[in-house]
Design a protein around this ligand. Structure first.
Ligand SMILES: C[S@@+](CC[C@H](N)C(=O)[O-])C[C@H]1O[C@@H](n2cnc3c(N)ncnc32)[C@H](O)[C@@H]1O
Length: 314
């Protein structure tokens, strides 16, 4: 399943227009696959860390190798050593490579059943618990939010769930990503039609305005989300810089753990665990699960759709 997922990302990374070039390069390189050239991969990882402060050393090496191959094919560079030199001399190429590795594929209400469960069960349950505790504050973190599609999707559901009570509640909703260019797009709030393919027409009418060949998110939703840069891999902090503290009621971290090695998954899941309030919900991507080492921290709410709750233990 994970492999399928990577080849899916790989197609996005290269883009269909380049598929012929990609295939001819990858075929030629099968025997010298960069993913097996550990030393060179380490040098590239180290170059990215020096240039951009992003630590890719815990990312799956096979995935890094494939993305690297794809990027080198795209820029028609056949020699891995030459590509490393290019990275050293051309800072823009570091950004392009990070882009190719990060793959910011996302869309509104991606995997619609998960969003139905959030709307019909998780949010009503969370609001009910809050009301019972005498609180009118809800805290949500969307980690690895790409251009904001997921953060705005949950903002829309919260807006609908609170309905006439919206003005009485305080909604703290944070969207974070390691990719600053993506965060700028999120703040701008413009989305191509394609990213709304899973969005119900009633929601599009209510929360979007047409703009050129896409849609602008309406200000009532845009101002609900605070976007900021955050590297989940960094040991410096557990929660987004703007959020001050954790105790999130819901954390979404979807289609991101699949990039990481087992050790890194453990440490990121630890972060997510610590950021949640007891009983708070964790939503992972459809190919992701807590690891064996972290499974006791989360109770399954809906295994199939990767919904969990933070347990009290640890
Ligand atoms: C495939 S997208 C998933 C977007 C969205 N969560 C979804 O499921 O539709 C993965 C996102 O994770 C971000 N990402 C990758 N490594 C990260 C890291 N170390 N910290 C935070 N975000 C990261 C990428 O920039 C990208 O936007």
């Amino acid at each position: 399943m994970v492999l399928q997922c990577f080849s899916f990302f790989f197609d996005f990374a290269t883009g269909s227009n380049h598929s012929d070039a990609r295939h001819s390069f990858c075929n030629r390189w099968d025997s010298v696959s960069i993913s097996r050239d550990s030393n060179l991969l380490d040098k590239i990882i180290s170059r990215i860390k020096d240039a951009r402060g992003i630590d890719l050393s815990g990312y799956r090496r096979t995935m890094l190798g494939r993305r690297l191959n794809a990027r080198m094919a795209m820029v028609q560079c056949q020699d891995p050593e030459a590509y490393l030199k290019r990275l050293q001399n051309d800072p823009a190429e570091c950004d392009q490579l990070i882009d190719a590795i990060a793959i910011n594929v996302s869309s509104f209400f991606r995997d619609p059943i998960v969003w139905e469960i959030l709307a019909e069960s998780v949010l009503p349950d969370t609001l009910h618990r809050k009301r019972r505790a005498g609180s009118k504050e809800i805290r949500v973190w969307c980690a690895g939010c790409a251009a904001g599609e997921e953060a705005y999707s949950i903002a829309i559901l919260i807006h609908r769930a609170l309905d006439g009570e919206f003005a009485e509640w305080t909604v703290h909703l944070f969207g974070t990503d390691v990719d600053k260019a993506c965060l700028k797009k999120a703040q701008a709030g413009f989305f191509p039609r394609e990213s709304l393919r899973d969005t119900k027409l009633g929601i599009i009418d209510q929360y979007f305005e047409t703009s050129g060949d896409g849609y602008m998110i309406r200000p009532c939703i845009r101002k609900m989300v605070r976007f900021s840069h955050d590297d989940l891999v960094s040991p410096d902090r557990d929660t987004p810089v703007d959020s001050v503290f954790g105790t999130f009621d819901i954390v979404l971290c979807r289609n991101l753990l699949i990039y990481f090695s087992r050790n890194l998954q453990n440490s990121v899941l630890g972060k997510l665990y610590r950021s949640l309030s007891v009983g708070g919900h964790l939503v992972l991507g459809e190919s992701e699960m807590p690891t064996d080492e972290t499974t006791s921290w989360f109770a399954e709410v809906n295994r199939r759709h990767r919904l969990f709750r933070r347990r009290f233990v640890k």
